[in-house]
Design a binder for this molecule. Structure first.
Ligand code: FAD
Length: 300
């Protein structure tokens, strides 16, 4: 498999037994058998076709900011598009490749005096991950600004889709069920004024820095907002703040976050998530649905 992968990409784009805790915001996760970073759309297509032909498992990893990879790691191929990260502006639209950071895309909008992407200025995901999750914050979401996207399907074919075709809704899309790999996204924005856009971005950044435990590794909000409630408030009222399993802790700064305070294992982090869900269900009869994705295998 290694030889075939380096033929498609190159030696510098294929790592064997790559430790995934080095690629996730939570600093959790065992090894990937093959960690591949293609540099062209054709290489992405060929890697998918190879995985199909050889019947090898295939997983996409963006910036790893909404993922917990289990301690046993991921079998087969893990693909990351960080080397496809161009961002360009054409009139009122920004076309960003999947591996670009959504933060950098919002900075490009500021530079070009385009308004609409301010909400994304502190979301640490890639463009691909942001579409997959329909990422959003402070009243804005990807759905508001995305007009079209270029994806590769399960057979390795490139398709151009309108935003509507992704069924974007609160922190979901149909990308997983269709097995699409996002290659690029087109955002349509409106003309704005540099100072006004910057003021909003500075305010949102300031709010994040004061309220979120950015000093520790985490996956951001662990849970979706349950209808009629706030996850953080329910967790706080369950007196779970500061609760720790191993090195994983319910953040003292923001109860909706679980931080990797002291070299946690994925198992400890996941056990703490389950404990929080169980406690909130018992106390308030509210089901906390996970926003963060959990992938990979347990340690053998
Ligand atoms: P990953 O975590 O790498 O992956 C998430 C999912 O997307 C995985 O299932 C993966 O397979 C899939 N995926 C990734 N790239 C592609 C691709 N190219 N094609 C197909 N599938 C792909 N989220 C918010 O919505 N709002 C916030 O305000 C917010 N704040 C956060 C703050 C912090 C400190 C942290 C750590 C996280 C925060 N998040 C927030 C969560 C996270 O940043 C978003 O969900 C982001 O969109 C995930 O993008 P990613 O590239 O990191 O995806």
């Amino acid at each position: 498999m290694y030889d075939k992968l380096i033929q498609i990409t190159s030696k510098s784009n294929v790592m064997v037994n790559e430790l995934l805790k080095n690629h996730t915001y939570t600093r959790l996760g065992g090894k990937a058998d093959f960690y591949v970073t293609p540099e062209t759309y054709e290489q992405v297509q060929e890697v998918i076709r190879l995985a199909n032909q050889e019947n090898i498992a295939f997983t996409m990893l963006g910036n790893g900011s909404n993922l917990i990879v289990k301690d046993g790691g991921i079998r087969g191929i893990v693909m990351n598009l960080q080397k496809l990260s161009d961002i360009k502006t054409v009139g009122n639209t920004i076309i960003a490749q999947s591996g670009a950071r959504i933060i950098d895309t919002s900075r490009e909008a500021l530079k070009e005096e385009l308004t609409g992407l301010e909400f994304a200025c502190g979301i640490p995901g890639s463009v691909g991950g942001a579409l997959f999750m329909n990422a959003g914050a402070y009243g804005g979401e990807i759905k508001d600004v995305l007009t079209s996207t270029v994806v590769v399907d399960r057979e390795g074919e490139i398709l151009t889709l309108t935003a509507d075709q992704l069924d974007l809704a609160y922190r979901t899309s149909n990308i997983p069920e269709n097995g699409y790999i996002v290659l690029e996204a087109t955002f349509t924005l409106e003309a704005g004024e540099y100072d006004a856009i910057k003021e909003v971005m500075d305010d949102l950044t300031n709010r994040r820095e004061t309220k979120q435990p950015l000093e520790y590794p985490s996956c951001g909000s662990v849970f979706k907002r349950p209808p009629g409630h706030f996850a953080g408030k329910l967790i706080q009222d369950s007196e779970l703040q500061g609760m720790q399993i191993g090195g994983a802790q319910v953040s003292l700064k923001h109860a909706g976050f679980i931080v990797n305070k002291d070299d946690a294992t994925a198992k400890e982090y996941i056990d703490l998530i389950k404990y929080v869900q169980k406690t909130v269900k018992e106390k308030f009869d509210v089901k906390l649905e996970r926003e963060v994705k959990i992938i990979g295998e347990e340690l053998a």
